[in-house]
Write a protein that binds this ligand. Structure first.
Ligand SMILES: NC(=O)c1ccc[n+]([C@@H]2O[C@H](COP(=O)([O-])OP(=O)(O)OC[C@H]3O[C@@H](n4cnc5c(N)ncnc54)[C@H](O)[C@@H]3O)[C@@H](O)[C@H]2O)c1
Ligand SMILES: O=c1ccn([C@@H]2O[C@H](COP(=O)(O)OP(=O)(O)O[C@H]3O[C@H](CO)[C@@H](O)[C@H](O)[C@H]3O)[C@@H](O)[C@H]2O)c(=O)[nH]1
Length: 427
């Protein structure tokens, strides 16, 4: 049993803290956001993540998990400190590391004996070394810094934390690296024991590769459309080759979320810093930006001028099973539709509260998906929530001005929809 504190209660911090406590460790989760900590103290999760609240209840009840805003006392009462604060994009694409350095400084000043500090946040190559330097400038205590990037996906954060494909541990101090490995000794997984620099690069290279894979299949989709091929069948045929694999070959309106857009930008920025032109990742990003707006182009193709037309949007989150809307394609598509003079009605099972805070005020939010269809000229599906499959499309078509569906995620059953009289357009 280890005494652990986790700094930051976002997707990564909360999943790390909750899972480490479920594994029998004593865990204190810390955040500077009092509202989040109060929510957590009341047994609620500040983010929508399947299974999260159950684990919060179970482990707080077992007295293994607590929440606080007091970073100093959390540091003093624990031996291993995970940093899981945000590393958002700056305007130039570089990673904003101010939360990392702020947290490192506070940790250093509070340290009362030897600590292992583990960086879970995604940080550019070289940052762990800088964290080490920053801490040693602010303490006389002995400590080790270990890099252990996180690979969880939102929407399956608990499952991914408990069942990782690999655990990467970058270290300078071998014993500290082994201690972190020991934390996960019950996991049946591969451990990559490496330097902090390689560990940092593994995270960025993985995200950049996955983003590139998505942009690649989206470009294939765009060619397929022009030559009469079906990208779904092309992806299936490609994916059967084990060297390619069928994962991350779903064509659609591009990737969003809090990681791929920000991490590709940060990697490009890092490459520029060392005088290297990262052509492939730049192209992946460029393709992705264009891909998001394909829905608008398709709506214009079928409806002509969008002025005065009403569009129903199904899905606002950047992917299903999350309420996260960071970099969601919906945030690009909806303003474009409004700019073109269209009226927009929208529904998302979990993300409407977050969307309301950032989308223009003239979007009309609906309480159920069926309401979105009433009186619209077309429905555009932007997130593949399972509940959209169960919609009684037959009853819906009669409520629409025109029975047109643009499926931005190639998700719905084309044969069934065409049988119901829909004009079905996908990617
Ligand atoms: N979201 C994901 O799916 C995911 C997956 C893998 C890696 N990552 C990486 O993990 C990091 C965290 O991502 P996230 O989405 O969980 O972040 P987030 O932005 O959702 O949450 C970060 C939290 O840290 C808190 N915080 C900031 N400074 C603090 C301080 N000094 N003390 C205590 N709390 C502080 C904030 O209040 C916030 O609640 C990022 O680097 C991200 O790139 C994210
Ligand atoms: O075939 C695919 C797969 C995904 N996406 C899109 O790609 C984005 C990202 O999806 P996903 O990777 O499932 O979600 P994230 O939660 O952003 O997770 C990614 O980013 C995290 C943060 O770094 C990493 O930890 C994860 O390993 C990595 O998958 C979403 O908009 C998806 O709609 C596609 O368009 N096509």
């Amino acid at each position: 049993m280890y005494k652990i504190s986790v700094i930051g209660t976002g997707y990564v911090g909360l999943s790390t803290g909750v899972c480490l406590s479920d594994m029998g460790n004593q865990v204190t989760c810390v955040d500077i956001d009092e509202e989040k900590i109060n929510t957590l103290k009341n047994g609620k999760s500040p983010i929508y993540e399947p299974g999260m609240e159950d684990l919060i209840h179970k482990n707080t009840k077992a007295d293994r998990l607590q929440f606080t805003t007091n970073l100093e006392s959390a540091v003093q009462n624990t031996d291993i400190i995970f940093i899981a604060v945000g590393t958002p994009s700056r305007d130039d694409g570089s990673a904003d590391l101010s939360f990392i350095y702020e947290a490192s400084k506070t940790i250093a000043k509070a340290m009362n004996d030897y600590k292992i500090i583990v960086t879970k946040s995604t940080v550019p190559v070289g940052t762990n070394k800088e964290i080490e330097d920053s801490i040693s400038q602010n303490t006389d205590q002995d400590f080790s810094v270990v890099s252990s990037p996180e690979f969880l996906r939102e929407g399956s954060a608990i499952y991914d934390t408990m069942n990782p494909d690999r655990i990467v541990i970058g270290y300078r101090d071998e014993q500290a690296g082994q201690t972190i490995k020991d934390l996960y000794k019950d996991f049946d997984t591969e451990f990559v024991m490496t330097t902090t620099e390689s560990s940092e690069m593994i995270k960025y290279a993985s995200n950049a590769f996955l983003a590139t894979k998505i942009s690649f299949i989206n470009e294939m989709a765009n060619i397929c459309e022009r030559v009469g091929a079906n990208v779904e069948e092309v992806a299936k045929g490609m994916g059967l080759d084990h060297r390619i694999s069928d994962k991350f070959l779903n064509a659609g309106i591009g990737y969003g979320g809090s990681c791929f857009p920000k991490d590709t930008k940060a990697l490009i920025n890092k490459a520029e810093e060392v005088d290297y032109n990262l052509k492939i990742v730049k192209a992946a990003e460029e393709v992705n930006e264009k891909q998001k707006l394909i829905v608008v182009d398709k709506l214009k193709e079928v409806l002509g001028d969008l002025e005065g037309k009403t569009i129903g949007i199904l899905g606002l989150a950047f992917k299903p099973n999350t309420d996260d809307i960071r970099e969601s394609p919906a945030l690009k598509i909806i303003p474009k539709l409004l700019e073109a003079g269209a009226n927009v009605k929208a529904y998302d099972p979990k993300a409407m509260e977050n969307a309301r805070k950032v989308l223009p005020g003239d979007v009309v939010y609906c309480s159920v998906s069926e309401e979105v269809a009433k009186g619209v000229d077309a429905v555009a599906l932007l997130t593949e929530w399972n509940e959209f499959i169960e919609i009684e499309w037959k009853d819906i078509s009669i409520k629409m001005n025109q029975a047109i569906i643009i499926d931005g995620r190639n998700f719905l059953d084309v044969t069934y929809l065409q049988e119901q009289g829909f004009r079905y357009i996908c990617i």
